[in-house]
Ligand binder design. Structure first.
Ligand SMILES: NC(=O)c1ccc[n+]([C@@H]2O[C@H](COP(=O)([O-])OP(=O)(O)OC[C@H]3O[C@@H](n4cnc5c(N)ncnc54)[C@H](OP(=O)(O)O)[C@@H]3O)[C@@H](O)[C@H]2O)c1
Length: 209
């Protein structure tokens, strides 16, 4: 699988970082606030910290910042992300959680890919799982389904191997353009949470018949 870097030190960085460390991955956490990154690295145990904007130590770089800042962060990194597999987990929700911030015909993942070096590969993943569900999941029993999308097969294979290694099931949905559908699925989850399910403690699962 290789080593993992996480850019961002919020809730998702914490839960994904914990899963990565539990599974024995080498982990680097990077935040724009070095003190917060150091605190998270300490909490996760055995994680290192990196310098924001410098070449990440990990081969797989999980971008765990809000969509509003994501493309700017990737632009700021510039060539420091050359050759990396960038995992976009963002849900570009507009206020109210019924619309997306990205216009029709693109996705957060595609906008992030535009900002990334040509040699980097963006894979959409994890956006269709609530952070609280991820945090509560033990990896026992039914693994959580992680829908992914990306244009580069090798990059998707590496992200899939990472997902499997942390006790979840990767399910490939196709090319990066499918991130549009995955981001809309994020809205579907919010709608279900607000209406039909009336809780945000559920997950989407593919149930073969
Ligand atoms: N929460 C969920 O259930 C969930 C589920 C699936 C996907 N996601 C996605 O996961 C991503 C992270 O969400 P989260 O819940 O972890 O958010 P969060 O707890 O608010 O953490 C966001 C992190 O991003 C950093 N950040 C914000 N703007 C930045 C910028 N311009 N440059 C650098 N760092 C910046 C923040 O840094 P500071 O601490 O310095 O402010 C913070 O560490 C989002 O894209 C979200 O859509 C969330």
């Amino acid at each position: 699988v290789g080593s993992i870097s996480i850019i961002g030190v919020g809730g998702m960085a914490r839960v994904l970082g914990a899963r990565a460390r539990q599974s024995g991955h080498t982990l680097e956490v990077v935040g724009r606030d070095p003190a917060k990154a150091a605190e998270l690295a300490r909490t996760l145990g055995g994680a290192t910290t990196g310098t924001f904007g410098a070449v990440p130590a990990g081969d797989i770089v999980i971008l765990a910042v809000p969509y509003a800042g994501a493309a700017a962060v990737v632009s700021q990194y510039g060539d420091a992300l050359a050759g990396k597999v960038i995992v976009d987990i963002s849900n570009p929700f507009a206020p109210g959680f019924t619309e997306l911030l990205v216009p029709d015909g693109t996705s957060a993942a595609e906008e992030i890919a535009k900002a990334a070096p040509a040699s980097a590969h963006v894979v959409k993943a994890f956006n269709t799982i609530f952070g609280n569900v991820l945090a509560a999941d033990t990896g026992e029993g039914h693994p959580l389904d992680v829908f992914i999308a990306g244009d580069d097969e090798q990059a998707k294979a590496r992200v899939s191997a990472f997902i499997t290694s942390i006790g979840m099931r990767p399910l490939d949905t196709g090319l990066l353009g499918m991130a549009r559908r995955l981001e809309e699925t994020g809205l579907l989850l919010m709608g279900l949470g607000a209406h039909g399910v009336k809780s945000y403690s559920f997950s989407l699962r593919v149930d073969p018949r």
